[in-house]
Ligand binder design. Structure first.
Ligand code: FNR
Length: 183
Protein backbone atom coordinates (compact mmCIF):
# COMPACT_ATOMS: atom_id res chain seq x y z
CA UNK A 1 0.00 0.00 0.00
CA UNK A 2 1.23 3.49 -0.83
CA UNK A 3 1.33 5.81 2.17
CA UNK A 4 1.33 9.54 2.64
CA UNK A 5 4.13 10.28 5.09
CA UNK A 6 4.80 13.62 6.77
CA UNK A 7 8.47 14.35 7.43
CA UNK A 8 8.87 16.91 10.20
CA UNK A 9 12.32 18.44 10.32
CA UNK A 10 13.40 19.92 13.66
CA UNK A 11 15.73 22.53 12.14
CA UNK A 12 14.81 25.78 10.40
CA UNK A 13 18.36 26.37 9.16
CA UNK A 14 18.89 26.88 5.44
CA UNK A 15 21.13 23.98 4.47
CA UNK A 16 20.11 21.95 7.52
CA UNK A 17 21.81 18.56 7.64
CA UNK A 18 18.59 17.09 9.01
CA UNK A 19 16.54 18.56 6.19
CA UNK A 20 19.05 17.05 3.74
CA UNK A 21 18.77 13.70 5.52
CA UNK A 22 14.96 13.90 5.42
CA UNK A 23 15.04 14.53 1.68
CA UNK A 24 17.53 11.69 1.18
CA UNK A 25 15.22 9.29 3.03
CA UNK A 26 12.58 9.86 0.33
CA UNK A 27 15.06 8.66 -2.31
CA UNK A 28 15.81 5.32 -0.66
CA UNK A 29 14.71 2.23 -2.60
CA UNK A 30 12.32 1.26 0.21
CA UNK A 31 10.58 4.65 -0.05
CA UNK A 32 9.66 4.20 -3.70
CA UNK A 33 5.93 4.55 -4.40
CA UNK A 34 5.17 6.42 -1.18
CA UNK A 35 4.27 10.12 -1.04
CA UNK A 36 6.25 12.41 1.27
CA UNK A 37 5.31 15.89 2.46
CA UNK A 38 7.33 18.31 4.61
CA UNK A 39 4.93 20.31 6.81
CA UNK A 40 6.36 23.74 7.70
CA UNK A 41 6.99 24.25 11.41
CA UNK A 42 8.94 27.50 11.03
CA UNK A 43 5.86 29.67 10.52
CA UNK A 44 3.99 28.33 13.55
CA UNK A 45 3.44 30.90 16.30
CA UNK A 46 4.61 30.04 19.79
CA UNK A 47 1.95 27.92 21.42
CA UNK A 48 -0.44 29.99 23.55
CA UNK A 49 -3.35 28.19 25.16
CA UNK A 50 -5.40 31.39 24.92
CA UNK A 51 -5.38 30.95 21.13
CA UNK A 52 -6.95 27.47 21.25
CA UNK A 53 -10.35 28.89 20.27
CA UNK A 54 -9.02 30.86 17.30
CA UNK A 55 -5.89 29.18 15.93
CA UNK A 56 -3.68 30.96 13.41
CA UNK A 57 -4.06 29.86 9.79
CA UNK A 58 -0.54 28.37 9.95
CA UNK A 59 -1.56 26.16 12.86
CA UNK A 60 -4.67 24.94 11.05
CA UNK A 61 -2.64 24.21 7.90
CA UNK A 62 0.00 22.35 9.90
CA UNK A 63 -2.59 20.26 11.72
CA UNK A 64 -4.29 19.42 8.41
CA UNK A 65 -0.98 18.36 6.88
CA UNK A 66 -0.34 15.98 9.78
CA UNK A 67 -3.94 14.75 9.96
CA UNK A 68 -3.93 13.82 6.27
CA UNK A 69 -0.73 11.77 6.63
CA UNK A 70 -0.73 8.05 7.40
CA UNK A 71 2.47 8.32 9.44
CA UNK A 72 5.12 10.78 10.55
CA UNK A 73 8.91 10.74 10.46
CA UNK A 74 10.71 13.16 12.78
CA UNK A 75 14.18 14.10 11.54
CA UNK A 76 15.71 16.25 14.21
CA UNK A 77 18.94 17.78 15.40
CA UNK A 78 19.91 17.73 19.04
CA UNK A 79 20.04 21.10 20.77
CA UNK A 80 21.70 21.10 24.17
CA UNK A 81 21.03 17.40 24.63
CA UNK A 82 17.31 17.70 23.84
CA UNK A 83 14.96 18.48 20.97
CA UNK A 84 14.92 21.99 19.47
CA UNK A 85 12.25 24.33 20.82
CA UNK A 86 10.72 24.71 17.36
CA UNK A 87 9.99 20.99 17.27
CA UNK A 88 8.48 20.94 20.76
CA UNK A 89 6.35 23.92 19.74
CA UNK A 90 5.08 22.01 16.70
CA UNK A 91 4.29 18.98 18.85
CA UNK A 92 2.39 21.18 21.31
CA UNK A 93 0.50 23.01 18.55
CA UNK A 94 -0.58 19.70 17.01
CA UNK A 95 -1.73 18.36 20.36
CA UNK A 96 -4.27 21.03 21.21
CA UNK A 97 -7.05 22.03 21.89
CA UNK A 98 -7.59 19.20 24.35
CA UNK A 99 -9.25 16.30 22.58
CA UNK A 100 -8.27 17.57 19.11
CA UNK A 101 -4.72 16.25 18.87
CA UNK A 102 -3.61 15.18 15.40
CA UNK A 103 -0.91 12.86 16.74
CA UNK A 104 -2.76 10.03 18.47
CA UNK A 105 -2.49 6.65 16.75
CA UNK A 106 -0.15 7.84 14.00
CA UNK A 107 2.95 5.73 13.55
CA UNK A 108 6.16 7.66 14.14
CA UNK A 109 9.76 7.19 13.07
CA UNK A 110 12.54 9.01 14.90
CA UNK A 111 15.86 9.78 13.27
CA UNK A 112 18.37 12.58 13.28
CA UNK A 113 21.88 13.61 12.43
CA UNK A 114 24.59 15.67 14.03
CA UNK A 115 28.32 16.02 13.47
CA UNK A 116 28.78 14.91 17.07
CA UNK A 117 29.65 11.34 18.01
CA UNK A 118 26.45 10.63 19.95
CA UNK A 119 24.57 11.99 16.95
CA UNK A 120 21.21 13.09 18.42
CA UNK A 121 20.80 10.03 20.67
CA UNK A 122 19.76 12.11 23.68
CA UNK A 123 17.37 14.30 21.71
CA UNK A 124 15.75 11.16 20.30
CA UNK A 125 15.20 9.75 23.78
CA UNK A 126 13.53 12.99 24.86
CA UNK A 127 11.39 12.96 21.73
CA UNK A 128 10.31 9.36 22.39
CA UNK A 129 9.07 10.43 25.80
CA UNK A 130 6.81 13.06 24.23
CA UNK A 131 5.58 10.72 21.49
CA UNK A 132 4.61 8.10 24.08
CA UNK A 133 2.41 10.66 25.82
CA UNK A 134 0.93 11.68 22.45
CA UNK A 135 0.01 8.01 21.89
CA UNK A 136 2.09 7.51 18.75
CA UNK A 137 3.26 3.96 18.07
CA UNK A 138 6.97 4.53 17.45
CA UNK A 139 9.59 2.43 15.70
CA UNK A 140 11.92 1.16 18.42
CA UNK A 141 14.51 -0.71 16.39
CA UNK A 142 16.68 -0.11 14.57
CA UNK A 143 17.64 3.15 16.25
CA UNK A 144 19.17 5.64 13.83
CA UNK A 145 21.79 7.91 15.33
CA UNK A 146 23.36 9.21 12.15
CA UNK A 147 26.67 11.00 12.44
CA UNK A 148 26.85 13.71 9.78
CA UNK A 149 29.86 13.77 7.52
CA UNK A 150 30.56 15.17 4.08
CA UNK A 151 30.22 11.69 2.63
CA UNK A 152 26.86 10.77 4.22
CA UNK A 153 25.09 11.93 1.06
CA UNK A 154 26.34 11.80 -2.52
CA UNK A 155 26.39 14.69 -5.00
CA UNK A 156 22.75 14.07 -5.95
CA UNK A 157 21.60 14.29 -2.32
CA UNK A 158 20.94 10.56 -2.04
CA UNK A 159 22.35 8.50 0.84
CA UNK A 160 25.90 7.50 -0.02
CA UNK A 161 27.17 3.94 -0.18
CA UNK A 162 28.36 3.85 3.42
CA UNK A 163 24.91 4.27 5.00
CA UNK A 164 22.48 3.35 2.21
CA UNK A 165 22.00 -0.25 3.35
CA UNK A 166 21.42 0.68 6.98
CA UNK A 167 19.01 3.53 6.22
CA UNK A 168 17.09 1.47 3.65
CA UNK A 169 16.66 -1.19 6.34
CA UNK A 170 15.47 1.50 8.76
CA UNK A 171 12.89 2.69 6.20
CA UNK A 172 11.71 -0.89 5.59
CA UNK A 173 11.24 -1.43 9.33
CA UNK A 174 9.36 1.86 9.62
CA UNK A 175 7.04 0.97 6.72
CA UNK A 176 6.42 -2.48 8.23
CA UNK A 177 5.28 -0.77 11.44
CA UNK A 178 3.00 1.48 9.37
CA UNK A 179 1.61 -1.64 7.65
CA UNK A 180 0.86 -3.14 11.04
CA UNK A 181 -1.15 -0.11 12.15
CA UNK A 182 -2.81 1.19 8.97
CA UNK A 183 -5.29 -1.08 7.14
C1 FNR B 1 23.88 22.30 18.68
N1 FNR B 1 24.56 21.17 18.25
C2 FNR B 1 24.54 20.02 19.03
N2 FNR B 1 24.97 18.80 18.54
C3 FNR B 1 24.86 17.68 19.27
O1 FNR B 1 25.23 16.61 18.80
N3 FNR B 1 24.35 17.72 20.54
C4 FNR B 1 23.91 18.88 21.10
O2 FNR B 1 23.43 18.88 22.22
C5 FNR B 1 24.00 20.07 20.33
N4 FNR B 1 23.55 21.27 20.83
C6 FNR B 1 23.39 22.35 19.99
C7 FNR B 1 22.68 23.47 20.43
C8 FNR B 1 22.42 24.51 19.54
C9 FNR B 1 21.60 25.70 20.00
C10 FNR B 1 22.93 24.47 18.23
C11 FNR B 1 22.65 25.60 17.25
C12 FNR B 1 23.64 23.38 17.80
C13 FNR B 1 25.21 21.14 16.95
C14 FNR B 1 24.24 20.64 15.90
O3 FNR B 1 24.32 19.22 15.83
C15 FNR B 1 24.60 21.21 14.54
O4 FNR B 1 24.50 22.63 14.59
C16 FNR B 1 23.71 20.67 13.44
O5 FNR B 1 24.16 21.15 12.20
C17 FNR B 1 22.25 21.08 13.63
O6 FNR B 1 21.42 20.41 12.72
P1 FNR B 1 20.96 21.06 11.33
O7 FNR B 1 20.47 22.45 11.59
O8 FNR B 1 22.18 21.07 10.44
O9 FNR B 1 19.90 20.16 10.82
Amino acid sequence: MAYRIAIIVGSLRAGSFNRQLGEALTKLPAAAGHHFVFPDIGTLPLYDQDADGAPAAEVTAFKQAVASADAVIFVTPEYNRSIPGVLKNALDQGSRPYGKSVWGGKVAGVIGTSPGKVATALAQQHLRNVLAYLDMPTLNQPEAFVQWSDTLLDDSGAVGEGSAGFLDGWMKAFLALVDAHVS
